[in-house]
Design a protein around this ligand. Structure first.
Ligand code: NAD
Ligand code: TDX
Length: 339
């Protein structure tokens, strides 16, 4: 089987490529990635030596380039990870999110129409469901929860989901969608909560917690997300949406304190800063459907996963030091300088 993995030089896509190369060594993986600020070829260094892996630099919104690639490699499956993925950046500058996340997805779907495909899988997010109130721990997102978005990022992801469903119904594109909760693990870009806090703590720099730190996220170790997508593309039912999550809800403050404890650093490093605009209160996934239908269960508990993740950042300093010494410095100054 030949699989095009878009956005494979980013956090989850790269973990997925390693998962596939390890668990399905006969399959051919072609990574299509634009190498934006979030994409990093060094992340794929180990895959580059594998004869069943190929990297192609390109933009999913570039119709000509995408058609050329489909004509050349004739993929059986496309897994679309490529996206602008950071909520705070979408609040500063929404337009790029619309181009990549919506137009890019529609170009890939058109390529599937034109060249034929066995499966198109859209990697979506629990953020398309909006948020849940903090005082209703009994509520969870199911696959039938209404789409109700808060940020330009989540609105663009919801629009992409609707397009996938429209192409599936109108053109009979064999598509599936997964909506996962917050991931963490190796190769997570330093702008996101967990790596940002690990890296700042290692430098004894203040840890900027938005608002009061009481917002809740439902954390999943990235390998568990990859295993779920693998099951969906091989055994999932066309036309279905699958929620992915492992009931690991934590307040942001809890997560930050856990990281400080693992690193043996003081909680005095925590600094409460101006809240994110439109900040979603709580995400919580009900994963009953994927567990029941595909037998998926998460393998990594948060307490173990967070220790493994901190250890990874300690062991892979060169990977993130290069990132934070470049353009990221300007990003950090702009987002946190006067916060
Ligand atoms: P990321 O920002 O780490 O990586 C995105 C990758 O996409 C990068 O390699 C980037 O170069 C590439 N890319 C961006 N625009 C592109 C374009 N126009 N053409 C080709 N490549 C392009 O993101 P991530 O955290 O790995 O997220 C991957 C996917 O999973 C996204 O679709 C995101 O919405 C979804 N998701 C993420 C999480 C999470 O917690 N990180 C949770 C649920 C769903
Ligand atoms: O400096 C920070 N301080 C802080 O308090 C940062 C970067 C974040 N936060 C808070 C905001 C959120 O409540 O931590 C929480 C997590 O923030 P992010 O890491 O930015 O993730 P989130 O906004 O929850 O979105 C993530 O999960 C869903 C991914 O970035 C999305 O791509 C995915 O769809």
């Amino acid at each position: 089987m030949t699989i095009i993995v878009t956005g494979g030089a980013g956090f989850i896509g790269s973990n997925f490529i390693y998962f596939e190369l390890k668990n399905h060594p006969a399959d051919k993986i072609i990574c299509l990635d634009k190498l934006t600020y979030a994409g990093n070829l060094e992340t794929l260094a180990e895959a580059q030596g594998n004869k069943n892996f190929e990297f192609v630099r390109g933009d999913i919104a570039d119709r000509e380039g995408v058609y050329k690639l489909f004509a050349a490699v004739k993929p059986d499956v496309v897994v679309n990870f490529a996206a602008e993925s950071h909520v705070d950046r979408s609040i500063e500058d929404p337009e790029l999110f619309l181009r990549t996340n919506i137009i890019g997805t529609s170009v890939l779907l058109d390529a599937c129409r034109k060249f034929g495909i066995e499966r198109f899988h859209q990697v979506s997010t629990d953020e398309v469901y909006g948020d849940l109130p903090l005082d209703r721990p009994d509520l969870f997102f199911t696959e039938t929860t209404n789409l109700h978005t808060s940020s330009p990022y989540s609105a663009s992801k919801a629009a992409a989901d609707l397009l996938v469903q429209a192409y599936q119904r109108t053109y009979k594109i064999p598509a599936t969608i997964s909506r996962c909760s917050n991931n963490y693990g190796p190769f997570h870009f330093p702008e996101k909560l967990i790596p940002l806090m690990i890296i700042n703590a290692l430098h004894d720099k203040k840890l900027p917690v938005y608002g009061k730190g009481i917002n809740v996220r439902d954390w999943l170790y990235v390998e568990d997300h990859c295993a779920a997508i693998d099951l969906i593309i091989r055994r999932g039912t066309v036309g279905e949406v699958y929620n992915i999550g492992g009931h690991n809800e934590r307040t942001n403050l809890d997560v930050v304190k856990t990281i400080l404890k693992i690193l043996g650093k003081s909680e005095d490093l925590i600094e409460f800063v101006t809240d994110r605009k439109g900040h979603d209160q709580r995400y919580a996934i009900d994963p009953t459907k994927i567990s029941r239908e595909l037998g998926w269960t998460p393998q990594t508990k948060f307490d173990d996963g967070i220790k493994k993740t901190v250890a990874w950042y300690l062991d892979n300093r060169a990977w993130w030091e290069k990132i934070i010494s470049g353009e990221y410095k300007n990003y950090y100054a702009k987002m946190y300088g006067n916060r």
